[in-house]
Ligand binder design. Structure first.
Ligand code: PMV
Length: 369
């Protein structure tokens, strides 16, 4: 399969203007993506839980652009004009223009808002880029829909192609965004044991998942809400020539193979060991790159130690994972929700900035509103 599949045939319709709104979730990786090749191709496959409550809602309004030599768009966050978002979107548009040749024909107004607080340290690029990609796919759909009523089978094929292309486009905005369209587990990156997996787009996890993972909970502890000192783009680049890179990429492939069995058998002890090791390995890669950097804060370590103590003292299956930042995602099965929440409130909230945390859980994917 190649990128060519996503270059459309000439459009059959013409439209003057319109508007679409999509809401897209954030995701949290269990096996992490860290390191990429050219064109946003990941160095190793990854798998994530789609979240339910952390979302971006984007309305894309469009009208014919008279001077169509350049991209023309404006961006608003919570109703406020955000010119500092424009360079990232301009780069995104340049990367996807070959796949959406209508981009210069319209002026776009992009209005976006997040369900999670600003500068919470929760990256909005995954949910943001996937919501925008879905809005753009809705425009393309209008440009291509013909008048004949499609059969149910055609409709479902069109639907799955559309999601796949939206994931392909979102990847070109922010790698992990391609895992933010569907629920509840998504794989991105070619892996020998996962049929249909691809470096080009996310794939809804196609195998059996044990009941233990149903409604899995994720409480995000906001340890540090400041801007990251090192962007993930810079971090990914530091994997080029990293002394441990090749071993790390091999390990991620093995961990994903192991994860397939864990998800099938519901072995929570193995799940905990794999997920926590992945989180610490991600940060170990950062600490051993040149230049090196540390995104964890003292309170990140305090929380990790408290979680380990709590597990030792109780039979809890609570564990943690980390993103590229200081915040801690506390993961636990639904049947432990009340005990773990109690533990979080009593022992962990003290380490959060202004006592802030967000209760989330595994979710079902993006929605057209
Ligand atoms: O999508 P990016 O380029 O911001 O990379 C994010 C990578 C991690 O969040 C650290 C891990 C992952 O797989 O989501």
């Amino acid at each position: 399969m190649t990128e060519k599949k996503f270059i459309p045939k000439p459009y059959s319709n013409s439209i003057e203007n319109g508007s679409f709104t999509w809401s897209s979730p954030s995701n949290i990786a269990l096996v992490k993506y860290w390191g990429k090749k050219e064109h946003q191709i990941p160095e190793n496959p990854s798998i994530s839980f789609t979240l339910n409550n952390c979302k971006t809602t984007t309305t894309l309004s469009f009208s014919k652009n008279k001077n169509n030599n350049n991209f023309s768009f404006e961006v608003f966050l919570d109703g406020e004009k955000k010119d500092d978002f424009k360079p990232k979107i301009e780069t995104f548009f340049k990367r996807i223009e070959a796949y959406l040749p209508f981009l210069k024909d319209y002026h776009f107004k992009i209005e976006t808002s997040n369900t999670f607080p600003h500068s919470s340290g929760i990256a909005s690029s995954a949910s943001g880029m996937s919501a925008l990609a879905l809005c753009l796919m809705s425009v393309e759909k209008q440009l291509t829909t013909n008048t004949a009523v499609p059969s149910a089978e055609e409709e479902s094929q069109n639907e799955s192609f559309s999601i796949q292309k939206a994931s392909f486009l979102a990847r070109l905005g922010s790698g992990s965004a391609c895992r933010s369209l569907e629920g509840d587990l998504v794989v991105w990156g070619k892996h020998k044991d996962i049929q249909g997996s691809s470096d080009l787009f996310g794939l809804k996890y196609p195998y059996q998942v044990h009941q233990n993972f149903k409604n899995y909970q994720d409480t995000i502890l906001l340890v540090d809400k400041g801007e990251k000192q090192v962007s993930s783009t810079v971090g990914h680049n530091l994997m080029h020539g990293h002394p441990f890179a090749q071993e790390r990429f091999k390990q991620a492939n093995k961990n994903l193979s192991d994860m397939v069995s864990i998800l099938k058998d519901g072995d929570l002890d193995k799940f905990i060991a794999l997920v926590e090791s992945e989180a610490l390995t991600l940060h170990a890669m950062m600490m051993t790159s040149m230049p090196y950097f540390i995104l964890m804060k003292p309170n990140t370590l305090e929380i990790i130690n408290k979680i380990w103590d709590f597990r030792k003292e109780t039979d809890s299956k609570v564990c943690f994972t980390l993103d590229a930042g200081a915040n801690v995602h506390v993961l636990y099965p639904e049947n432990e929700a009340s005990e773990v929440l109690h533990f979080i409130q009593n022992e962990l909230v003290a380490f959060c900035q202004n006592g802030q945390y967000i209760n989330d859980k595994i979710g079902f994917g993006a929605k057209l509103l």
